[in-house]
Design a protein around this ligand. Sequence first.
Ligand code: NI
Length: 183
Amino acid sequence: MIYPIVVYGDPVLRKRAVDIKKGTDVSQVIADMYETMYAASGIGLAAPQIGKSIRLFVVDGSSLEEEPELLKFKQVFINPTLLDEFDEPWDFEEGCLSIPGIRQKVRRAEKVKVKYFDADWKEHIEEFEGMKARIIQHEHDHLEGKLFIDYLTPLKKRMLKGKLADISKGVVDIDYQILAPKK
Ligand code: NI
């Protein structure tokens, strides 16, 4: 099932998502999240973006052809914990399916160490770097109620105010289904 993607202004994007009870069957929600993400041409999607305040996100970087290391980066992260974020921070223009039409430079650490469960509830502790680390940081932020625009300077935020207000009213030019809080 393809869910509409919840956009900026909806309180669910600002909540800290809750842990999923170990062993819970989340296979349907995972399948739905992939389907929803592909329909919107995204490379990552966190559960709050489909209105579910649970600690789960999915990624698939294989559509980013210019980033060969992402080709096989298709993974499910359940109850993830960022144990460490380290090494030289770098800037990259990020976007988000919940904030359509806005891309801004965000500075993030080069590497992350993350503890998570996979779709079979197997626990992993793993390090990721570069673009993979960035995607994980972005999606993990969603589970903390944080959005990439929170990193912008007050001036940049002011400049985007009108656009953000439009997004929350559903006034956006995109080809995927959204759920706008002020529509
Ligand atoms: Ni996002």
